[in-house]
Ligand binder design. Structure first.
Ligand SMILES: [Zn+2]
Length: 329
């Protein structure tokens, strides 16, 4: 008779910023034999231990999903990793392939859904009448976009709400892109009617009015990207552009400084090089205050005025300079 053993081990992924393997926190490992499945969730260092024992070998696997979100590697295919059939521990170090990419996307989504996010709202939750949020991971380069969020895709039940491209990007850029797209999903979830007027402007087939300012949606997502990605990669700096992917959120939160930016955005979706700077004299807002002030807003100056009216901040009279700088060539 074989003695009992408990499936356990460590799941790690290569991180080219840390230059080492890091734990895939939150990933659920399954060990199955016939009709019995035992599960274990990895901690921050990647260690897991399943909730039951076997006497004989079992099949290890990972589904890249949790209750609230799932990665997709195809139209209807969940992203998975098929592990070994064995007796004893299973340790995994993922590097240089599709599975490294999935694990990095998973880490960022797990952060926004389950870890400390400085008081921000969580992205759309799973419930019996709503599907879990699906993130399609495209294992291919796309020079036009790194990620995309279309609420309508999920709303209409047509597939994945979020698409992520460019596995060749470094770990922190993939991570930041996932945070950015989830910030859009969360914004949509918080204030659907206003979000839809600003973000789906290109989707003429939906007949949307485009009465809102896309600069708000993209500036907000850039701000969350900056705030949350730095919790893991302290040196992370997003690329900002005036008129679209602006640094307005960062400028409202961090200290007084001279702000430089090298690009503005044009209507035909391109970055035009033109360096400008200004004196940022706003500081001390929190990311949650800025999120709360977003509710009900779809115009750039209305968002600014709402921030000014809702809170007492000693630098509020300088908000107009910050908003003007970012909303001009
Ligand atoms: Zn965006």
């Amino acid at each position: 008779m074989h003695s009992k053993w408990r499936p356990s081990g460590t799941i790690k992924v290569w991180d080219d910023i840390v230059n080492n393997y890091v734990g895939v926190e939150g990933v659920e490992v399954r060990a199955r034999r016939w009709f019995t499945t035992h599960r274990g969730i990895a901690n921050a260092s990647g260690s897991y231990s399943c909730d039951g024992t076997f006497r004989r070998h079992a099949n290890y696997s990972i589904d890249w999903e949790r209750y609230n979100f799932a990665l997709q590697d195809g139209w209807l295919n969940g992203a998975t990793y098929n592990g070994p059939k064995k007796r004893g521990n299973w340790d995994l170090n993922l590097k240089d392939d599709k599975q490294e990419y999935y694990a990095t996307i998973f880490r960022a989504a797990h952060h926004y859904y389950y870890k400390d996010i400085k008081g921000l709202r969580r992205p759309p939750q799973n419930s019996f009448w709503k599907p879990k949020l699906r993130i399609r991971a495209y294992y291919k380069a796309n020079s036009d976009l790194s990620g995309q969020h279309k609420a309508s895709r999920r709303y209409l039940g047509l597939g994945s709400a979020i698409k992520i491209y460019n596995p060749q990007a470094n770990t922190e850029d993939v991570y930041a892109t996932v945070i950015h797209e989830l910030a859009h999903a969360s914004h949509w979830n918080m204030d659907k009617s206003n979000y839809n007027t600003m973000n789906d402007c290109a989707d003429t087939f939906l007949g949307l009015s485009c009465s809102g300012d896309a600069i708000i949606a993209e500036s907000w997502a850039r701000g969350v990207e900056w705030e949350l990605t730095r919790m893991v990669y302290t040196g992370y700096k997003p690329d900002y552009s005036r008129l679209r992917y602006t640094g307005v959120v960062q400028d409202m939160i961090d200290g007084i400084k001279t702000r430089f930016s090298d690009y503005y955005w044009t209507k035909n979706n391109s970055w035009v090089p033109l360096s400008r700077n200004y004196s940022d004299r706003v500081s001390g807002y929190t990311i949650r205050q800025i999120e709360d002030a977003l509710i009900g807003q779809k115009k750039w100056n209305d968002w600014k005025n709402n921030i000014k009216n809702k809170y007492n901040n000693g630098t509020e009279n300088n908000l107009h300079e910050t908003f003007n700088y970012w909303n001009a060539k």
